[in-house]
Design a protein around this ligand. Structure first.
Ligand code: PGA
Length: 255
């Protein structure tokens, strides 16, 4: 079935040396292994190489993720990073479609779909984010909204190995606000995502795709989310910036 996943999105935090210290701290915390839980950290682009080196040196039981990618292979795209560049430094995951990128940088579902295809062509696992704003939640149309995002974000994808495509449901009103969705709120949408995946990819593939919850997840509330049938882990922002707390979340997922 599905291994649980705990992924840390460091966002635009940590200089190179700070990122190395955090990765070393996490390697120490998790030195005993993470059981069946897949652990992923997503540092800023300029810190990826430093964290990759810590992972290699410490034989750390976590994988490296980027926070963004461009879909072209190379060329005149100032400021962007190509999938093969991520591959070359050992990033095996990449977050795409985070609401901050959609809101502040104008990313569309079509862009996110192209990014997923480009990553998968290089064997990099997308962690594809979706989620509704407070306005949509209050209007009661959040399930339809997220289902529509999923359909657009996965259009034409060929998922040979369902462990290699991950979805993160992150209600925007719960990100960085300290306001978490309830575990039932998360299950309602994650369940609808699973149903949509069944329609698109069939029962077997849908059963293997991890759907994470994200939005003010922390060591005290993680267990409640993980009890839910269609919640397979968490994408953690603020609480991933401390090695001990993040490791506690991993241990909760191992329990
Ligand atoms: P948060 O962020 O845990 O700080 O709310 C989650 C995310 O945006 O991935």
């Amino acid at each position: 079935m599905r291994n649980r996943m705990i992924a840390g999105n460091w966002k635009m935090n940590k200089t190179f040396s700070e990122a190395v210290v955090l990765a070393e701290g996490l390697a120490k915390e998790l030195a005993g292994g993470t059981g069946d839980v897949d652990v992923v950290v997503a540092p800023p682009t300029v810190d990826l190489k430093g964290v990759a080196e810590v992972i290699e040196k410490e034989e750390a039981p976590f994988a490296l993720s980027a926070q963004n990618v461009y879909w072209e292979e190379a060329g005149a795209y100032t400021g962007e990073t190509a999938p093969n560049m991520l591959e070359a430094i050992g990033a095996t995951y990449c977050i795409i479609g985070h609401s901050e990128r959609r809101d502040y940088f104008g990313e569309t579902d079509e862009d996110i779909n192209k990014k997923a295809k480009a990553l998968m062509a290089h064997g990099i696992v997308p962690i594809s984010c979706c989620g509704e704003s407070l306005e949509i939640r209050e209007a009661g149309t959040h399930v339809e909204f997220v289902v529509d995002q999923i359909k657009k974000d996965t259009a034409g994808l060929e998922i040979a190995d369902p462990a290699k495509y991950v979805i993160a449901y992150e209600p925007i009103w719960a990100i960085g606000t300290g306001k978490t969705a309830t575990a039932d709120d998360a299950q309602e949408v994650c369940g609808a995502i699973r149903k949509t995946l069944v329609e698109i990819f069939g029962e077997e593939t849908a059963a293997g795709i991890r759907v994470l919850y994200g939005g003010s997840a922390n060591p005290s509330n993680i267990a409640g989310f993980l009890e839910k049938e269609d919640v397979d882990g968490a994408l953690v922002g603020g609480a991933s910036l401390k090695a001990d707390g993040f490791a506690d979340m991993v241990r909760s997922a191992m329990a």
